[in-house]
Design a protein around this ligand. Structure first.
Ligand code: HEC
Ligand code: HEC
Length: 150
């Protein structure tokens, strides 16, 4: 007949082997793939390099008439840009604008699944910005140019 101690030991051995099994299986699984980029809060995590490059180059830089460094801060002590950093406040302003742009598309133009960079978008950064980072200034300039309004 088994003593209580032997029964407890048996249970412990079963639990211990299960734990070891689980740990070893988990170790063989691939680590969760987070995509290519480190700090996307609005764009899809699994966005391709091609799609992201197009948004940054055509939609953002082209739409606002700026270069990458308008929104992206420099990597400390170097001349290159740290694209994942949020140190440049324009980047978060751009995120607000991304949300506004998606909202206008879904609420006012019936775009079912608004995504920045998607060809189905009716309103883009360019619709308002027209290659100018500050649309309000553009408005003032164009009004100032109409002499008979002065
Ligand atoms: C108008 C502002 C703006 C401009 C101009 C801009 N970007 Fe961005 N960029 C952003 C924002 C905002 C994000 C983060 C998007 C998000 O949170 O989903 C981002 C994210 C990125 C990322 C992903 C970084 C990471 O690991 O999370 C890369 C790479 C990048 N930009 C490259 C560029 C390049 C190259 C240019 C110039 C051709 C450029 N950007 C121009 C606003 C801008
Ligand atoms: C519906 C019109 C509209 C759309 C669409 C729009 N913007 Fe704007 N944006 C504005 C206006 C107006 C301002 C000036 C806001 C102010 O004066 O406070 C502005 C300001 C900004 C600024 C700050 C400029 C500065 O230096 O003060 C950034 C950055 C910006 N927009 C990025 C974007 C990006 C990126 C997109 C596309 C995802 C976009 N905007 C789409 C109207 C728009």
């Amino acid at each position: 007949m088994k003593t209580i101690l032997q029964q407890v030991n048996r249970k412990l051995i079963v639990i211990a082997s299960l734990v070891i099994l689980i740990i070893s299986v988990a170790g063989t699984l691939p680590t969760r793939q987070n995509g290519l980029y480190k700090n996307l809060k609005i764009l899809p995590q699994d966005i391709t390099k091609e799609a992201l490059d197009k948004i940054m180059d055509v939609e953002f830089s082209g739409g606002l008439g700026v270069k990458c460094n308008y929104c992206h801060a420099k990597e400390q002590g170097t001349d290159s840009l740290d694209f994942a950093s949020d140190a440049n406040t324009k980047k978060d302003e751009a995120r607000d604008m991304m949300n506004i742009t998606m909202k206008i598309n879904s609420q006012n133009f019936e775009v079912k699944q608004p995504l920045i960079g998607d060809p189905g978008m009716v309103i883009t950064c360019y619709t308002c910005h027209r290659g100018n980072y500050y649309p309000e200034q553009m408005k003032k300039d164009s009004v100032a140019n109409i002499n008979w309004l002065k």
